[in-house]
Design a protein around this ligand. Structure first.
Ligand code: PBG
Length: 344
């Protein structure tokens, strides 16, 4: 047995409390661990493409490919095997299919609808999340409809956009989407979508609102993946939030919940953990974090350089969301994290 050390006596250290006792061994640490991450916490975002190839890599996101619908079905199977409850779709759209109004969003045979139908048929037990916003389909790269002034300034039109988003949401619900996720940040869209879904009998289709979505530099690799980066005219600061704000996030979440959102989201993830905590404490609603493309890229880039341990950084970043109060995380790491959790 160790006796209290002389150092402790001479310096009169108060060692009634030795918090390190609870960390002395793996079993002891497990016993007192406060948060857990399981595969059930993960939503896996997938990029879709119609290019004739099965997979097209996303350069700034090592390990992430854009997938043909066939390949997406195979990844859906992987999600089911890994116990990941839901996947989300984001389409790369060929430039010739883009226009100022984002018409491809309402095509019942667009990539997202095709993927929903193909996967629903084979894996009905998997949740399908579809993104509502026009940016994959607009020639100007904005999430909404725009008016251009004579001098070339763009105004994003809120109410006209909401009408288009309702149409897009219905198109997705008809194709079998389980969760409609508006990521556009237009005012009033959640209520309008809820009303339209109900009117068409989609009473069970859920809405996961991107409620507190910030205008962020961390979306860069995603815009590359979608092919909307080069196209984007200006920025999204008239609809996405200012990173200096946090009370505003609570007001956005409150509105979305009032309008009928079943789940809310904070995005990006890691730089906004404080927002997740405030939202969870204030409303106690199902709260999700989106660990966005740039967050994934940063971890992967450092890992590929041998500067950090990629797997450990991944797991640490994911438990941080749980600690902050998130019920789940949208993350490109989903399959890798689920595999790691399985092998533990
Ligand atoms: C756009 C949308 C974006 C993301 C999801 N939906 C980007 C943007 O707002 O420009 C970003 C996701 C990511 O970076 O991983 N509606």
């Amino acid at each position: 047995m160790n006796k209290p050390s002389r150092i402790a006596e001479t310096h009169r250290l108060d060692l009634t409390h030795r918090p390190r006792r609870n960390r002395k061994a793996e079993w002891a640490r497990r016993l007192v661990s406060e948060h857990v991450l399981t595969a059930s916490d993960l939503i896996w975002p997938l990029f879709l493409i119609d290019s004739g190839k099965r997979r097209v890599p996303v350069a700034p996101m090592p390990g992430v490919d854009r997938l043909s619908v066939d390949e997406a079905v195979r990844e859906a199977e992987r999600a089911v095997k890994l116990d990941i409850p839901a996947i989300a779709f984001f389409p790369y759209t060929e430039p010739q299919l883009k226009d100022a109004r984002g018409s491809e969003a309402f095509n019942e045979n667009n990539l997202v609808c095709k993927a929903c139908r193909a996967i629903k048929k084979e894996f009905a037990q998997l949740g399908l999340v579809t993104d509502v916003a026009l940016d994959p389909y607009t020639s100007h790269g904005h999430d909404g409809l725009v008016r251009e002034s004579a001098s070339g300034d763009l105004t994003i039109l809120n109410d006209e956009t909401v009408e288009a988003l309702v149409r897009q949401a219905l198109t997705q619900a008809r194709a079998g989407a389980d969760i409609i996720a508006p990521s556009d940040m237009m005012d009033g869209r959640v209520g309008a979508i809820r009303e339209a879904l109900d009117a068409e009998g989609f009473l069970e289709v859920q809405i996961m609102a991107y409620s507190a979505k910030y205008a962020s530099a961390f979306y860069g690799p995603f815009r590359d993946a979608l092919g909307s980066a080069g196209a984007l005219k200006g920025d999204k600061r008239t609809y996405q939030m200012d990173s200096a704000n946090s009370d505003e996030a609570l007001r956005e979440v409150e509105l979305d919940l009032d309008e009928g959102a079943d789940m809310v989201m904070v995005k990006p993830g890691m730089p906004y953990l404080d927002i997740i905590r405030r939202v969870k404490d204030e409303f106690g609603a199902p709260t999700f974090a989106y660990q966005v493309s740039g967050e994934y890229s940063m971890i992967m880039a450092a890992a590929q350089n041998g500067w950090i341990d990629g797997d450990k950084a991944m797991m640490e970043s994911l438990i941080a969301f749980k600690r902050a109060g998130a019920d789940g995380v949208l993350t490109y790491f989903a399959p890798r994290a689920a595999e790691k959790l399985r092998s533990k």
